[in-house]
Design a protein around this ligand. Sequence first.
Ligand code: SF4
Ligand code: SF4
Length: 290
Amino acid sequence: MATGCPMMTATKISDHPCFGGDHSKAGRIHLPVAPGCNIKCGFCERRFDCVNESRPGVTSRVLTPEQALARVRLVKRHMEMKGGAELKVVGIAGPGDPLDNPKTFSAFDLVRKEFPEMKLCLSTNGLLLPQSVNKIIAAGVTSLTITMNALTPQTGAKVYEWVRHEGKKLKGEEGAAILLHNQLEGLRLATAAGLIVKINHVYIPEINDHETLELAIKVRELGAQMMNITPVIPVGMFRDVIPPTALTMDMVRNQAELILSQARHCKQCRADAAGVVGQDIDLEMLEGGK
Ligand code: SF4
Ligand code: SF4
């Protein structure tokens, strides 16, 4: 198991607000260039026209790579003028799966040419990860988040409605097994290639909660450096689920922390979040309601 140089890793993590860096100094922007998704999580309701809801999968609009670059320019300048935190990280986290959308790499390419100092970050469900690791490295991405909500096909069949693989929509355990295999293999390849990897896990009481700690052990073995356990938001297929209490989340994270470092600050940001985590910039206002 190779996880890259420990010194390099420490430096990169301290610059990234979502990988243990200083929230008050490092800003981030999510570029919503990736609308399509190749799986369907039961709790996912993506919205592309929403300004007042704050959760993953939501954006006020989908951008082209060129529009995304213009937004990076604008947000960077705005943060410089305001003082305090600087824009340090440019990430692509949907609203769908970035690896299922070629515009992800076009956007990274444009950003990297104009702002080579920015840390690039990507979030994926992992289905296309094994075949994409080389491309991710070539794009200059240094940190990766893989969302894994099951450790067995049986549980995966309850969490995922379908998985699109080689042109076919696979339901139940068949689709979940392929997704799980690719997530684990992709994680192994990504850490071996030197990427810093965080595992996101949506905690769904009575659905996948019995696998959370085993998942932490498994992903640690494969080189993941951090885990981020977030409570399910009751939407979609899980609209009637009672989300875990803050106390339950604390207990689960405390147990998981004994296995793998936990990112406890996560605010479950939108696919177009910009600024300092928890104090997002009003993009409608900044962009003049375009
Ligand atoms: Fe939604 Fe993300 Fe799941 Fe795709 S991977 S269905 S965008 S939550
Ligand atoms: Fe950071 Fe969580 Fe927001 Fe992603 S969703 S930018 S990990 S706080």
